[in-house]
Design a protein around this ligand. Structure first.
Ligand code: ZN
Length: 335
């Protein structure tokens, strides 16, 4: 297995995308590759179709090619642990269609985005560099070229972004005495549109979870953030370290056991609702006195909790997903 295949942000999509037949093998297999050819997708990052499934569909259904054009695709919209996801789409031993007469010698690497206007994000640069270093270590290709540096393509606005600079930025970082990464600031000022969720995922602040932010800001209601408000940040970093899953405790062994099932406004099971209320209060989503009545205050607290932890499932109803997230929040507070 190649080093690039072991990158943690790589997702193997070979054979899993729309295709109509398959590309043929390169003449001398992987040894044919001399050049790593860098592309961008020319689709704006903000566009809905800016994703590998749409590219595969376009290349196969519209262009009539057997498979998606690129061997590897970096997707700035899917960031995991501070790095953009790299999709491995076409086996590198195959001659895919991305650079005309040079297909036999070219490895097609595409970064999603239209870099005439989009900007490379930090997680994207990290993945460009990781992939580049791994391919070099694997001996796959000798040169790097932009699409428009390949014979016959000088007219093409591809890849536009400065791939050499991306490699170099990180080389500079690796030189002794070079600048250290910026320290995480102690305080963070809320910007328009921020949620604890979006802040936790922001570039350069890897390792900060929603749980960290809540733990570091006990007085802050995450559902009522105001532009310009400052929240604590530095202390939050890495304060939450997920512990290895030990044997599952029975709910009754927890300080705040949680009921299973669905509970919503008017639910009659007072004991269960009280458990939910105690747990919400413990993680600072205050719902007033735990009286066992699923009323407006409880519904509001559940809603606020969901806005932070389940932004795509906000309904004020306690169910399975809310239970799981509430357990995680309790756990991060060592309950
Ligand atoms: Zn291109």
């Amino acid at each position: 297995m190649y080093a690039f295949q072991k990158l943690p942000q790589l997702v193997d999509k070979r054979g899993k995308l729309v295709h109509n037949g398959w590309y043929s093998k390169r003449k001398n297999g992987v040894n044919s590759i001399t050049t790593r050819v860098w592309h961008h997708s020319l689709t704006k990052l903000s566009a809905g179709g800016s994703k590998i499934e749409s590219f595969a569909d376009f290349h196969v259904r519209t262009n009539g090619w057997p498979e998606i054009a690129y061997h590897l695709i970096i997707d700035p919209k899917h960031v995991v642990n501070g790095k953009a996801t790299i999709y491995y789409c076409v086996d590198i031993s195959k001659k895919s269609y991305h650079v005309g007469n040079s297909n036999n010698i070219g490895l097609g690497i595409c970064v999603i985005g239209d870099y005439r206007t989009d900007k490379l994000t930090d997680p994207t640069v990290h993945s460009i560099v990781d992939l580049h270093n791994a391919l070099v270590a694997d001996g796959i290709g000798k040169y790097d070229k932009a699409h428009n540096e390949m014979p016959g393509y000088s007219w093409k606005s591809c890849c536009v972004f400065d791939y050499n600079k991306a490699f170099k930025d990180v080389l500079d970082d690796m030189l002794p005495g070079s600048k250290q990464p910026d320290p995480v600031p102690g305080l963070y000022t809320i910007q328009e549109g921020d949620t604890f969720w979006s802040i936790a995922l922001k570039d350069g602040k890897e390792g900060i979870t929603v749980e960290d932010l809540i733990a570091a800001n006990p007085g802050v209601d995450p559902s009522k953030l105001k532009v310009g408000q400052t929240i604590k940040f530095g202390a939050a970093q890495n304060s939450y370290t997920p512990k290895p899953e030990t044997t599952k405790k029975d709910q009754s062994e927890y300080k705040y056991p949680l009921p299973s099932g669905v509970f919503k406004s008017g639910s009659a099971n007072k004991a269960a609702v009280k458990q939910i209320q105690d747990a919400l209060n413990a993680v600072n989503f205050k719902c007033g006195t735990a009286d066992g009545i699923y009323g407006a205050k409880t519904k509001d607290a559940v809603t606020r909790f969901q806005k932070v932890y389940l932004p795509y499932g906000v309904d004020g109803v306690y169910g399975k997903d809310t239970k799981i997230k509430l357990q995680a929040a309790l756990k991060s507070k060592d309950y």
